[in-house]
Structure formats: structure tokens, C-alpha cells
Write a protein that binds this ligand. Structure first.
Ligand code: NAD
Length: 289
């Protein structure tokens, strides 16, 4: 049995947001984020409100462009083109998912890579993979920040990432490689998942299946990062990890809510400031990557 430390993502994100706010004050101009929200997906509405509130608190202005769920792709592309050339707009965020009649890849590719604060444009993905400065997706960046905060240097650790989405799993595996971890990427077709997961000094689950990760998936003393957000029938929000089950087995674990979620928003604010910094040709030193 080990003593399990619960990683306080809320507190770590709050401290990081104050660093971002200090940086905003140094910029001498107000960074501006444009959020494109298509339709009225209830979870998306809440996410956008949370992002807006957090942005305001650090001194970032947010314009929300709420479009009808039946908007044409051409109209969205026209709006993106308009925002791309607006000097005062530093960051553009397309809230995902978009309605099925729209091609999210085409929309993301239309965003100016310099303003792509979600880090999903192929140019940013390519730069990240080849180790060049890039916009990095917010959730993976938040996971790395948490891991560094808890463990310090990650070099040589075996990290197992469950999930291979373009939004979380894939970029996170790349970032862990950049941290000199040995990385295993597991996914829906992985056989003997528990055995694979048990190899991880670091185990990250980004799947979206409540209770997927149980005690026997965890190497004793591992650090477990739970990215999953799942709403149960009774309305309760849980992660992918059976939280109480891993107590006494993991050395560190993130709770859901209050773990990775607040870090994702904090990293979005960081990316907006980074975009604003680029346009002002100043260095950003809050995160050295
Ligand atoms: P996704 O559906 O795009 O990808 C899920 C991944 O899980 C896939 O790569 C799939 O291969 C893998 N998978 C599915 N079933 C599996 C199984 N039984 N065993 C192993 N792997 C399996 O989802 P996503 O966008 O990557 O999000 C994953 C989860 O993270 C969701 O719950 C989402 O809500 C949450 N999320 C949280 C944040 C945050 O800020 N905390 C941000 C983004 C996503």
C-alpha cells in the first residue's frame, strides 16, 4: 500500500492563471479571443461560458460568435477568414464538436495557424511533432504541466497513454516523448489493456468510459492522470478511473472534476497570450515549450 496524493488541479490551475494574468499586464495591450460556437449543445455552452469567465479574470477579451446549428460551411469559413485578418483578434477557437453537416477538419484548416489557440491546425501538429515552436493543444499541455508540477523531470519514465484522439491522446504521447519518456499508446484495439497499463510509471486515460481504469491497471506508486469526463445517469460527473479503487495503489491521482479540466482552460488562456506575444514579437517564458 502507498499513500495516495490527490493532485489539486483547481489550485495548480489557479496559480498558473495568476502567472498568465501577470503576463497579460506586461503586454501593454488586451489580448482578444474569438470563440465560434455553432448550435446550442448544452455542454458546449457551459464550456464556452467557463472559458469566457476565466479569460476575463486574467484580462483577455472574448467575443463569442454564436451561429445557428444549420449555418452553412461557407458562412463559417467566411467568418474565420474575417477573423484571420482582424489585427485585434489574437486567438480563434472553434468549439467542438460541430454539427455533422460541417467538416471540422476543413474549418480548423481555415484558421490562421498563428491564431490557432487549440493547436489543431495541421501546421501546428507538424511543428509539434518535429519539435519546433507551435501552438500546443490545451488538454495535453495541461497534463504535462500537472506531471511536471508533481514529478519534476519526466525523463526515463514509462508513460502509458490510453486513447489516441487528435485532441488529446496523440498530442499527449508526442509531448511525453519530448519529455524523454518511454511512451506506450493504448487504444480501443489494444489487447490485455490492464497488463499494458500496469507498465506505466505514468498512466493517462483519455477515453470517456467511466470505470475503465481499475486498481489492477495501476503499477504501485504510479502517477495517474484522468482526462475522461463522463456524466452518469444520476447527473454525477466522473472520470475514466475508478477513483476510490486506486487509492493506496497510485502515488498520485487527479480527481474528476477538479483535475485536468481546470488545467485545460488555464492552458487555453496561456495559448491566447502566447499568440498575442507572437504578434508583439516578445518572448513568452511562462512555459519553456
Ligand atoms: P475520443 O472519443 O475522440 O477518443 C477516445 C479514445 O479512446 C479513442 O482513441 C479510442 O481508441 C480510445 N478507446 C475507446 N474505447 C477504449 C477502450 N475500451 N480501451 C482503450 N481505449 C479505448 O475522445 P477524446 O476527445 O480524446 O476525449 C476523451 C475523454 O476525455 C472524453 O471523456 C472527453 O470528455 C474527455 N476530455 C476531457 C478534457 C478535459 O479538459 N478534462 C478535454 C478533452 C476531452
Amino acid at each position: 500500500m502507498v499513500e495516495t496524493h490527490i493532485i489539486d488541479g483547481k489550485m495548480i490551475a489557479k496559480d498558473f492563471r495568476s502567472l498568465v494574468a501577470q503576463h497579460v499586464r506586461k503586454l501593454g495591450s488586451t489580448p482578444r479571443l474569438a470563440v465560434i460556437l455553432i448550435g446550442e449543445h448544452p455542454a458546449s455552452l457551459i464550456y464556452v461560458q467557463n472559458k469566457q469567465k476565466a479569460a476575463r479574470e486574467v484580462g483577455i477579451d472574448v467575443d463569442v460568435y454564436q451561429l445557428s446549428p444549420t449555418v452553412t460551411e461557407k458562412s463559417v469559413l467566411d467568418l474565420i477568414a474575417e477573423l484571420n485578418v482582424k489585427k485585434e483578434v489574437n486567438g480563434i477557437l472553434l468549439q467542438l464538436p460541430v454539427p455533422p453537416h460541417l467538416d471540422s477538419s476543413r474549418l480548423i484548416e481555415a484558421i490562421d495557424p498563428v491564431k490557432d489557440v487549440d493547436g489543431l491546425h495541421p501546421e501546428n501538429v507538424g511543428k509539434m511533432v518535429t519539435g519546433r515552436p507551435a501552438m500546443i493543444p490545451c488538454t495535453p499541455l495541461g497534463c504535462i504541466y500537472l506531471l511536471r508540477h508533481v514529478l519534476g523531470n519526466l525523463e526515463g519514465k514509462h508513460a502509458v497513454v490510453v486513447g489516441r484522439s487528435a485532441l488529446v491522446g496523440r498530442p499527449l504521447a508526442q509531448l511525453l516523448l519530448r519529455e524523454n519518456c518511454t511512451v506506450t499508446q493504448a487504444h480501443s484495439k489494444t489487447v490485455h489493456l490492464a497488463e499494458v497499463c500496469r507498465q506505466g510509471d505514468i498512466l493517462v486515460s483519455a477515453v470517456g468510459k467511466p470505470g475503465l481504469i481499475k486498481r489492477d491497471f495501476i503499477k504501485e506508486g504510479a502517477t495517474v492522470i484522468d482526462v475522461g469526463i463522463n456524466r452518469l445517469e444520476d447527473g454525477k460527473i466522473v472520470g475514466d478511473v475508478l477513483f476510490l479503487d486506486v487509492m493506496g495503489q497510485a502515488a498520485h491521482v487527479t480527481p474528476v472534476p477538479g483535475g485536468v479540466g481546470p488545467m485545460t482552460i488555464a492552458m487555453l488562456l496561456f495559448n491566447v497570450v502566447k499568440a498575442a506575444d507572437q504578434s508583439l514579437s516578445q518572448a513568452t517564458d511562462l512555459i519553456p515549450f
